[in-house]
Write a protein that binds this ligand. Structure first.
Ligand code: BES
Ligand code: MN
Ligand code: ZN
Length: 490
């Protein structure tokens, strides 16, 4: 879809128009203009009770080949982000069912609660693009495109600069989300650690600002990444750590922001095998890595003046004669030893060595993103990602970005008591923290490996993909992370 923001003369426009009607019956300026042009057709429709402005109502008026799609937007200033997104989705769906190729969207009149024009446009584009997404790469019959709509013009009175910025940010984020979803939805017989590395290499071929380095198992062994390698040892697919370095800070020596993504391209649980039901969903155990890829793409698109290093920790966790076992004691790259109590708690093992590896970049911050624990889904459900960090400033900045982008996250406590649960009689740490507070003990485990820099952890186990009728990757938390990075610049 093409997007633009224009302060055109609505009366003269030939294209179809989407207009908002509010519940108190006072028409916004744009609707007034069209009402006049159509000899009070809108006022008459309201008088006749055909539309009242109640949230979600729709009425289509015709004027030759032009269609006027009236949308009930409830009470001005009271519409929530969620309601607004649903409204946009509905209005665009209806526009798509008409013959229109271009549509003028005057829902820019809507003031979302506590939001300005920028967010009106940004949420609209992110919603529209998310709804356009189809994943039919592996269908022999492709989904047919049944709409001609290819251009949306956001109607703005003034403030076109802000609107343009919203379009630029939203399209870059939406494309990043799409890329993350594509990689995440890809089946595990194709999307393995080498596949992730190839994606990273291809990205650096297309984007000169990004340099990619791949660390394979041989180099991991030389580096002493004993925890990461143990997880991989039951798989025929080689583990690969993909490092995408984007350097565009005006000061080339500025410390980089490092983003680390868990990239378990399949997590069967290993010897502590998972139950069969829904095990296919463990192809999504690389959604952290996929989100990093999407973020790097968006960052390059926006040419953000920052140094950012995106790391995808690719690995596969399978049961095998060579697989690591419960009881094994591993030596991590940091030197700390870990007793394995459950081979299904593999994410923290892959991440702990990756978090030690990234020390070499002398990061300003490190944020890791991981589908780390089912316990996080139990704690927060599927709407908020779990945020864990010992650093209040960093945590607040992430919370703020989550709130702004509406890609929600909720902070969990990381007080010192949780470390007790990770004690092992035989090694420095156990990879399991017992029954309670599993999302937090996983974060507590990681915190032992992040002492050299400010660090935060996002557990996206509940938010990275949907189950049921709309099964598929969501592309979260690309929007949150890009917002966090945008906030570093503005
Ligand atoms: N990838 C899973 C976490 C997960 C499970 C995400 C279900 C989304 C849905 C992770 O590797 C895992 O298996 N975690 C275990 C940890 C436990 C053994 C301490 C879990 O959550 O059950
Ligand atoms: Mn697991
Ligand atoms: Zn896992």
């Amino acid at each position: 879809m093409n997007y633009s923001a224009q302060s055109i003369s609505l009366e003269q426009a030939q294209e179809s128009i989407i207009l908002a009607i509010f519940e108190d019956n006072s028409l916004p300026l744009s609707a007034k203009k069209i009402d006049k042009k159509l000899n009070d057709q809108i006022t008459d429709a309201i008088k006749n009770g055909e539309i009242s402005g109640k949230l979600g109502q729709i009425l289509i008026l015709r004027n030759c080949t032009q269609r006027i799609i009236l949308v009930g937007a409830g009470k001005q200033n009271e519409i929530t982000e969620r309601q607004y997104k649903q409204l946009i989705a509905k209005a665009i769906q209806i526009a798509k069912e008409t013959i229109a190729t271009t549509i003028i969207n005057a829902l820019t009149d809507i003031q979302i609660k506590d939001r300005d024009l920028y967010w009106n446009i940004r949420f609209a584009i992110e919603t529209i693009e998310a709804n356009e997404y189809i994943f039919d790469q592996f269908k022999s019959k492709k989904v047919e495109k049944n709409s001609n709509l290819s251009e949306i013009i956001f109607y703005v009175e003034n403030n076109t600069e802000k609107a343009q910025q919203a379009i630029q940010h939203a399209t870059a984020i939406a494309l990043g989300v799409k890329m993350a979803r594509d990689i995440a939805n890809c089946p595990p017989n194709i999307c393995n650690p080498v596949y992730l590395a190839n994606q990273a290499k291809r990205l650096s071929q297309r984007v000169p600002l990004i340099k990619t380095k791949i660390v394979g198992e041989k180099e991991m062994a030389e580096l002493g990444m004993g925890a990461y390698l143990a997880v991989s040892q039951g798989s025929e697919n080689e583990a690969q750590l993909s490092i995408m370095e984007y350097r565009n800070h005006p000061n080339p020596n500025a410390k980089p922001i490092v983003l680390v993504g868990k990239g378990l391209t399949f997590d069967a649980g290993g010897i502590s095998l998972k139950p069969a039901a829904d095990m296919d969903e463990m192809k999504y155990d690389m959604c952290g890595a996929a989100s990093i890829f999407g973020v790097m793409h968006a960052v390059a698109e926006l040419k953000l003046p920052l140094n950012i290093i995106g790391v995808m920790a690719g690995c596969e966790n399978l049961p095998d004669g060579k697989a690591y076992r419960p009881g094994d004691i591993l030596t991590t790259m940091s030197g700390l030893t870990v007793e394995v109590l459950n081979t299904d708690a593999e994410g923290r093992l892959v991440l702990c060595d990756t978090l030690t590896y990234v020390e070499r970049f002398e990061p300003e911050y490190v944020i890791d993103i991981a589908t780390l624990t089912g316990a996080c889904v139990v704690a927060l459900g599927q709407h908020n990602s779990g945020l864990i960090s010992p650093h209040d400033d960093l945590a607040h900045n992430i919370e703020q970005a989550a709130q702004q982008s509406s890609d929600k996250a909720w902070r969990l406590p990381l007080t010192e008591e949780y470390q007790e649960q990770l004690k092992s009689p035989f090694a420095d740490l156990a990879n399991l923290g017992g029954r309670w507070g599993g999302a937090i003990t996983a974060g507590a485990f990681l915190s032992n490996f992040t002492k050299k820099y400010p660090w935060a952890h996002l557990d996206i186990a509940g938010t990275a993909w949907l189950q049921g009728a709309n099964k598929g990757a969501t592309g979260r938390p690309v929007s949150l992370l890009v917002q966090f990075l945008l906030n570093q610049v503005i």
